[in-house]
Design a protein around this ligand. Structure first.
Ligand code: PMP
Length: 398
């Protein structure tokens, strides 16, 4: 039977990572994959997480299933982290939150839940968006539309075009918005723009579907959740997918959550129960370890403070590398202006290179970036920065 299956085209990012590994150039730089790296090009276990792990392992007495939606304490802490401690929707008990196995599972659960509520639902994705949004959502049968998001001339959000396209999104539609640190373009909405989109949702009736995978990597833990908090205060319904892969460095542990803000507290248990029923049909019970580490960090003031400082340091490193890259290229007398990199947020930016220039970066300099010219800024460090600046300024000359 399985001989009928065709081989699929390999994932282009994983292909690049493998190619870079095989490259013998000692100056090679891998800016393809979207994981945080420290100054020594390593993705560390965060100190707060390591300490939480020691405490958790000492206190763990059983491996019996945990509650399918996550422990009550985990859900409480996650709600506070995402929505803020005194959010009115939390006080009103209008937020149904369940643990999810990473941001990916959260997005898939959300789409399945939405399809149960409305099989004709449509999700609007930003153009561009994280490529995995499409398979995670469309594999549930949900309809997908695109809205323009990034203006490659100004290197910022093409907000007018976004709004005029979303005028066509109405009741029964969901609009997927990146909470902060847009992947792949790094251009984020301003507070004013979140407020305008909220008014549009009020007027036309679409439901915001917010994906937060980088809380704390943009401006701060609170600022990065501004759009979620504002929309959840002013709109009857909001869907929030959340990942702890980046800000807790828990990638392989698969820790995240799905929250649905509903208009009436009476719907909260039903939505929760439906979401868990969707999960029951896929993986039944979530893994405990990653969520337990998040819960331990967020429940202990000493660990929480340690984690806050670590997230702040990671963000500051990314911001410093953004400036150093833009300034370093400019200092070489390059006539292309890359200062926009300093105005963007999170781990990603498009350099705005042609595919030929991206190819030359790889073949002539062993600098690996994906075809769209998206770079993962966290792959830059003081050691590889001068070489990278020279490589970029050389390839844009031709
Ligand atoms: N959303 C976005 C925008 C992402 O970039 C990612 C991770 N790259 C995710 C969701 C999912 O993250 P994970 O499943 O690893 O938690």
């Amino acid at each position: 039977m399985f001989e009928t299956l065709p081989t699929l085209v390999p994932d282009p990012i994983l292909g690049l990572v493998a190619e870079c590994k095989r490259d013998n150039n000692p100056n090679k730089i891998d800016l393809s994959v979207g994981v945080y790296k420290d100054e020594s090009n390593h993705t560390p276990v965060m100190a707060a997480v390591r300490e939480a792990q020691i405490r958790y392992l000492e206190s763990e007495t059983s491996k019996v299933y945990q509650p399918p939606g996550g422990t009550e304490n985990f859900i409480g802490k996650v709600n506070e982290l995402i929505f803020g401690e005194s959010h009115p929707a939390l006080k009103d008990n209008r937020i149904a939150t369940v643990q999810a196995t990473g941001g990916c599972a959260s997005l898939h659960l959300a789409a399945k839940l939405i399809m149960r509520a409305n099989p004709d639902a449509k999700v609007w994705l930003s153009d561009p968006s994280w490529p995995n949004h499409f398979p995670l959502l469309s594999s549930t049968g949900i309809n997908i539309e695109l809205y323009p998001y990034y203006d490659s001339e100004s290197h910022s959000v093409s907000f007018d075009k976004m709004v005029s396209t979303l005028e066509n999104a109405g009741a029964g539609d969901l609009v997927l918005i990146h909470a902060s640190c847009h992947n792949p373009c790094g251009a984020d909405l301003t507070k004013e723009q979140w407020r305008i989109l909220t008014e549009l949702a009020q007027k036309n009736g679409f439901v915001p579907f917010i994906d937060m995978a980088y809380q704390g990597f943009g401006l701060s833990l609170d600022d990065d959740a501004y759009g979620i908090r504002y929309m959840s205060e002013h709109l009857p319904e909001v869907v929030v997918c959340n990942s702890f892969s980046k800000n807790f460095g828990l990638y392989r542990e698969r820790a995240g959550s799905l929250s649905v803000v509903v208009s009436d507290a009476q719907q909260t248990p039903t939505v929760m129960n439906q979401a868990l029923n969707v999960a029951r049909g896929i993986y039944s019970m979530p893994p405990a370890h990653g969520a337990a580490l998040v819960e331990t960090v967020l429940s202990n003031p000493d660990l929480r403070d340690m984690w806050h400082s670590e997230v702040n340091a990671m963000r500051e490193r990314i911001v410093a590398m953004r400036s150093a890259l833009a300034d370093g290229i400019a200092a070489l007398g390059c006539d292309r202006d890359f200062s926009f990199i300093k105005q963007q947020f999170g781990m990603f930016s498009f350099l705005g290179l042609t595919e030929t220039q991206v190819d030359r970066l790889k073949t002539d300099y062993s600098v690996y970036i994906i075809k769209s010219s998206r770079i993962s800024v966290a792959g830059i460090n003081p050691g590889n920065l001068p070489y990278l600046c020279r490589a970029v300024s050389e390839v844009v000359k031709l």
